[in-house]
Ligand binder design. Structure first.
Ligand code: ZN
Length: 138
């Protein structure tokens, strides 16, 4: 067990890392960014189909911003470039996610959220109201 103790407390530092507030910011960024994989994996396993929940994009955005702040502090151009533009697809995906969610219709019978293209509720088979509106206009 001495090898484990030596690995955890190497040269008098936890994991041999010289800790500072910036190291905490950087490691927090790594933890947040890495956690998105578990969120996406969990959502996919739960639905038994590939799912990318909005939490994945929020974790991507916040983790990469923490890593960008850390890389700016370190003045590491390679690291800065790696995280300088990643927020663009993350924010765009969050915008599309929001627009898609807004376009959904709530089923008046069971309350389930139904996709914009659905004419009937997948859960209870109830005809959706937007169809009734179109039918009334014709
Ligand atoms: Zn329904």
């Amino acid at each position: 067990m001495d090898w484990l103790k030596q690995w955890i407390w190497y040269n008098g530092n936890f994991l041999g890392i010289e800790w500072s507030i910036w190291k905490i910011v950087g490691w927090l960024g790594n933890a947040v960014f890495f956690s998105r994989f578990f969120i996406q994996w969990y959502a996919t396993e739960r639905k038994k189909q590939v799912v990318v929940p909005s939490a994945f994009w929020w974790l991507s955005l916040s983790g990469s911003l923490l890593l960008l702040v850390y890389s700016l502090r370190q003045r590491d151009s390679v690291f800065i470039f790696a995280y300088a533009f990643t927020w663009i697809p993350y924010i765009r995906n969050l915008m599309i996610h929001h627009q898609h969610k807004e376009a959904h219709t709530g089923c008046p019978a069971c309350g389930r959220s139904c996709p914009p293209t659905a004419n009937y509720c997948a859960a209870c088979g109830n005809r959706l109201q937007r169809d009734a509106g179109i039918a009334a206009a014709q």
